[in-house]
Design a protein around this ligand. Structure first.
Ligand code: PHE
Length: 451
């Protein structure tokens, strides 16, 4: 009998496929939903500037580190550390990553459920109103319900679980490769409409004219957390995906491309949202509902708005699904490789666990509205605990591992594809970053920001 773990390990089949899958992990609700609302809540342009610095100096090196570890060991987040350091507790970093995947999925599937539901609301015409006050009502009604949001969350889990069961190359690669360009194109169209609304200028200055007095430690922590969440780093997703990447892939180049494209999509989502926020007389600090109340109003003010709106939510649902596949792959690669579970069993039990935990996030606006953990609803707690605590902590340890534990010569070999790439200079900058800058910067921001 052939066990799942004894198979020839599956991998991404082409260079384009790799980029598409890694980008498919990075691009998701983080760009379309989270980036705009967190930017709105933290003062706009100055926050974006801090965010960009976090991506370049912290997020990018951590992503590269994860790809190096994953490709070198060809193992899941826990197994990778065990392979490199069998006698030290570094595997706990991977273990924390598996936990993070559960916690992120708990609220991510809830928001993805709203997006799936909005496809049908948009198609049915329920969102066809130019008044954000009315779209706010529609949103509040959805999230304060019980049966409806739970139904969509379960639906999301079943869709994602089925794709996962189809396997890595067939499932993940195929879906993501097709649809990224389409999402990009649609964002261009929405941006144009948003920018041509009268009163759009105020939104643009909110996005691009920094007011440095807005920067506080908690703003910096939010930017750092968003950078981790956005790039899918700090929890082993990129170790897991890195483990499917071919020996000849140029990893630094790939990480840079992915970070650039991901940032571009986030900025484009910001340009879709903020000019409209100001044009329609809203305030930018609406919190998690921002996208859901503003975007329908934008579509309403353009020709064929209903068609485009349906398309927008379909593509956002697909982007969210690509990200969820990568989140699920972390516990599933762990369970199939470390415990020899079949892919089917691992998937089913994982989505069951996420469904149970996730229902507490979904019901945070109804039954559990008054239940709090550290002063936050379940939904906000899962979000905060992952983005602003667990992922940055994971980032510290991943950087320390590559910088101090793995060994200079071995890191350089992996980084240069065993000497095939001439990237000595880059290796030096990278190792300096992961040795000193990344761990120190994160530690300082975490300790001061959490106080
Ligand atoms: N980067 C994804 C997004 O922006 C979310 C994610 C976080 C995916 C962590 C995997 C791991 O939506």
């Amino acid at each position: 009998m052939k066990k799942e773990t004894q198979h020839k390990r599956e991998g991404f089949s082409s260079s384009i496929g790799v980029i598409a899958a890694v980008l498919g992990s990075a691009v998701g609700l983080g760009n379309i939903w989270k980036f705009p609302y967190v930017t709105g809540a933290n003062g706009g342009a100055a926050f974006i500037l801090v965010y960009l610095i976090c991506v370049a100096l912290v997020g990018l090196p951590v992503m590269l580190s994860e790809h190096l570890i994953g490709r070198h060991t060809k193992a899941n987040a826990v197994g990778a550390f065990k392979a490199l350091q069998p006698r030290r507790p570094w595997f706990l970093v991977g273990g924390a990553g598996v936990l993070s995947a559960f916690l992120i999925m708990a609220f991510y599937t809830s928001v993805a459920g709203w997006v799936y539901a909005y496809i049908f609301k948009a198609a049915g015409g329920a969102l066809l109103t130019a008044k954000p006050e009315d779209t706010t009502l529609v949103f509040n009604k959805l999230v304060s319900g019980v049966g409806e949001p739970l139904f969509w969350q379960v639906f999301v889990l079943l869709v994602t679980g089925s794709i996962i069961m189809a396997g890595v190359t067939k499932g993940i690669e195929r879906v993501t490769k097709l649809l990224m360009p389409l999402l990009f194109l649609l964002l261009v169209i929405i941006d144009i409409r948003s920018l041509t609304l009268s009163g759009a200028g105020a939104g643009l200055s909110f996005l691009f004219k920094p007011d440095f007095s807005k920067i506080t430690v908690s703003v910096i922590l939010a930017a750092l957390g968003l950078a981790f969440f956005k790039l899918s780093v700090g929890m082993g997703t990129m170790i897991t995906y890195g483990s499917y990447v071919d020996k000849n892939e140029n990893l630094p180049k790939m990480a840079i491309k992915v970070a650039l494209a991901d940032t571009l999509v986030s900025l484009m989502a910001g340009i879709a949202v903020f000019p409209a926020v100001f044009a329609f007389g809203f305030t930018p600090d609406q919190g998690p509902k921002l996208l859901f109340v503003i975007i329908p109003a934008v579509f309403n003010s353009m020709p064929f708005g209903r068609v485009f709106m349906v398309l927008f939510f379909v593509l956002t649902a697909i982007a969210a699904t690509g990200a969820m596949l990568s989140l699920l792959e972390v516990p599933i690669a762990f369970l199939t490789e470390q415990y020899q579970w079949t892919r089917r069993k691992a998937t089913l039990l994982t989505i069951l666990g996420i469904g149970l935990l996730g229902s507490t996030a979904t019901l945070s606006n109804s039954i559990f509205a008054t239940v709090t953990v550290f002063g936050k609803t379940f939904f906000d707690f899962y979000d905060f605990a992952t983005s602003n605590v667990l992922l940055p902590l994971g980032g510290i340890f991943i950087a320390l591992f590559v910088g101090w534990q793995w060994g200079y010569v071995k890191v350089k070999q992996e980084l240069s594809n065993q000497g095939q790439l001439a990237n000595d200079g880059l290796a030096r900058v990278y190792l300096f970053l992961v040795k000193y800058i990344v761990p120190i910067a994160i530690a300082v921001v975490l300790f001061t920001g959490l106080k």
